[in-house]
Every structure is written in structure tokens, then in C-alpha cells.
Design a protein around this ligand. Structure first.
Ligand SMILES: Nc1ncnc2c1ncn2[C@@H]1O[C@H](COP(=O)(O)OP(=O)(O)OP(=O)(O)O)[C@@H](O)[C@H]1O
Ligand SMILES: [Mg+2]
Length: 302
């Protein structure tokens, strides 16, 4: 008769687990990567003219809106004046700042389509001092169709923003998840594009098409446009999958990838419900610190 094995942890298996945990830590490409030194931003004496950045990715749910709100709020902590443009008919940016889009009389749609409507009439102050908002709602979806018949249709947003560009240090445009005419308008109005990229298997699909669109807009409509940086979002360094995707992003885009990586945390969905940025809602959280570091990188890249 054979004796049954002693209960309790198998020492061999435990050793394997420990080794795997140590490997996982050293193999985390986001932590292993050498960070360029963060430079404390200098205060500004005068505001403007703004650097216009479009947060763009035709893939949905990658962190465009979250990054627009929180990068904007973080930039104000460094004394910058910021205008956020909700350029998505879903109005998620407006909701994320506590605005009820369906109750609005005037939105970005009116600004684009009606000559008589000035930017000052559409602008809203947000709860964050120094940060204003051009809100949107579902009306904006009609602009995509109606703009097709306009002269210089791709420059409509750039023209609409021109009167206020002097008043801000940064204008951040939250694009909708498509590469249609609204997004082309955002790219035409922008100096730089930030591409938020979720660290998930399919995230790299479609980025080539996005880069191609950026190149075309740069050649045909807006020679100033450049890729400001790729922002890895929703990163989970504990999973092999997350680490592999991040490594591939680094391989593909090298220095263009911001050193700051935004980790996956439930705190972001919570802030949407709260209607305020993470920098004020949970100022000491990892997410708030990460967006402050991103703001420093953005300031040093400009
Ligand atoms: N770092 C993060 N960790 C966890 N959840 C996040 C993170 N960033 C954003 N989220 C959540 O993921 C969802 C999608 O984020 P967000 O709305 O910012 O993406 P988006 O690219 O703007 O989406 P869309 O393409 O629909 O406009 C939201 O519920 C948001 O709260
Ligand atoms: Mg969005």
C-alpha cells in the first residue's frame, strides 16, 4: 500500500511561483524602461498663444476622454490656462466635467455651423480653475454630414478656435473614435497629436491607418502637425499580456512613447461619475500623479 502525499504547499511549486514573481517584476518593460528626467515646469508670466493638441484614436474606449480631462487639469496645476474641446457627439468629456450635454442651448455644433455664434457664447467654465470647456452633444453628429458641403470644410474647427487661441496655453481636443471629417478637422486645427493606446491585444491594429491619416493631413492641410506622443493607457504590468503589448508599442514607436504610463484602475470610471478630474477627486492617487507626470512631459516636449 502506498502512503498518500503530505498535504500543504508543494515546495517545488512555491519556488516556481516566487521565481515567476521576481521575473515578472524585472520583466515589466514599463518599470524597466529608463525614464528621461522630469523637468519642473517654469511658471508662465503671460498666457497664449496655445499649443493645440488632438487626442486621437479611432479605436473606442482607449482613454482619449479620460486623458483629455486629466492632462488638462494637471496642466492647470502648473499654472497653464487650458481649453478642452469636446469633439465627440457622445459628449463624454462634457459629462466627465459634470455638464449635462442634452440641456445645452449652444454647443460646438453651433460654433462650427453658424457663423453668428462666437466661441465666447459656447464656452463654459469648469470646476477646475483655469480650465474651460467647449461642450458637445449629439447635435455634433449632424456636423459630420453637413460639413461635407462647406468650403474649406477641413478648416472649420481651426477657424472657430482662432479667436481664443491667444487666451490659452493649451487647447486639448477630445476626438471621437473615427477618422471621419470631424477628426480631420481636429487634426487640421492641431499642432500635435497624442495617441492614447490601450495596452490590449488589438490596440496596435489600426494605428498604422491613424498614422497614415496624420501624415496625409500634415502633407495636404497642416504642415505644422506632428505626432506629439503615444500614451500607453490601462496598463497592467502584472499580466504577461499587458507587458507584451507594451514591449511591442515600445518596439514600434520608441522615443515617441511617453515615459508616463497610465495604469488600469477603477478610480478612473469613478471620476466620471463624480464629474471631475482625478487630480482633484483623488489628488494623491497613482492616476493623479501619472497625469501630472504626463503634463510635465508634454510641457517639456512643446
Ligand atoms: N487607466 C484606466 N483604468 C481603468 N479604466 C479606465 C482608464 N482610463 C479610462 N478608463 C475607463 O475606460 C472607459 C473608456 O475610457 P474613455 O472614455 O476615456 O475612452 P475613449 O477613448 O474616450 O472612449 P471613446 O472612444 O468611446 O470616446 C471609461 O469608462 C473610463 O472611465
Ligand atoms: Mg471619448
Amino acid at each position: 500500500m502506498t502512503t498518500s502525499s503530505t498535504p500543504g504547499p508543494d515546495p517545488a511549486a512555491t519556488a516556481v511561483d516566487d521565481a515567476a514573481a521576481a521575473d515578472a517584476k524585472s520583466a515589466d518593460p514599463a518599470r524597466a524602461r529608463e525614464r528621461r528626467p522630469l523637468v519642473a515646469p517654469q511658471p508662465v508670466e503671460r498666457h497664449g498663444p496655445a499649443r493645440v493638441l488632438a487626442l486621437c484614436n479611432q479605436k473606442g474606449g482607449v482613454g482619449k476622454t479620460t486623458s483629455t480631462i486629466n492632462l488638462g487639469a494637471a496642466l492647470t496645476e502648473f499654472g497653464r490656462r487650458v481649453l478642452l474641446v469636446d469633439f465627440d457627439p457622445q459628449g463624454a468629456l462634457s459629462v466627465g466635467l459634470g455638464v449635462q450635454p442634452h440641456q445645452l442651448e449652444l454647443t460646438t455644433y453651433n460654433l462650427l455651423m453658424e457663423r453668428a455664434v462666437g466661441v465666447d457664447e459656447v464656452l463654459l467654465k469648469t470646476g477646475v480653475p483655469g480650465m474651460d470647456l467647449l461642450p458637445s452633444n449629439i447635435d455634433l453628429s449632424a456636423a459630420e454630414v453637413q460639413l461635407v458641403n462647406e468650403v474649406a470644410r477641413e478648416q472649420t474647427l481651426a477657424r472657430a478656435l482662432a479667436p481664443v487661441v491667444e487666451d490659452y496655453d493649451y487647447v486639448l481636443i477630445d476626438c471621437q473614435p473615427s477618422l471621419g471629417l470631424l477628426t480631420v478637422n481636429a487634426l487640421t486645427a492641431a499642432h500635435g497629436v497624442i495617441i492614447p493606446l490601450e495596452c490590449e491585444f488589438f490596440s496596435l491594429r489600426g494605428v498604422a491607418l491613424l498614422i497614415d491619416t496624420i501624415d496625409k493631413v500634415q502633407q495636404r492641410l497642416n504642415p505644422e502637425l506632428r505626432l506629439e506622443g503615444i500614451l500607453a493607457t490601462m496598463y497592467d504590468g502584472r499580466t504577461l499580456h499587458g507587458r507584451e503589448v507594451f514591449s511591442r508599442v515600445l518596439e514600434a514607436f520608441g522615443d515617441k512613447v511617453f515615459d508616463t504610463v497610465i495604469n488600469r484602475t477603477v478610480r478612473f470610471p469613478e471620476t466620471t461619475v463624480a464629474g471631475e478630474p482625478i487630480t482633484t477627486w483623488a489628488p494623491n492617487s497613482g492616476g493623479a500623479i501619472a497625469y501630472r507626470e504626463l503634463a510635465m512631459e508634454v510641457l517639456s516636449r512643446s
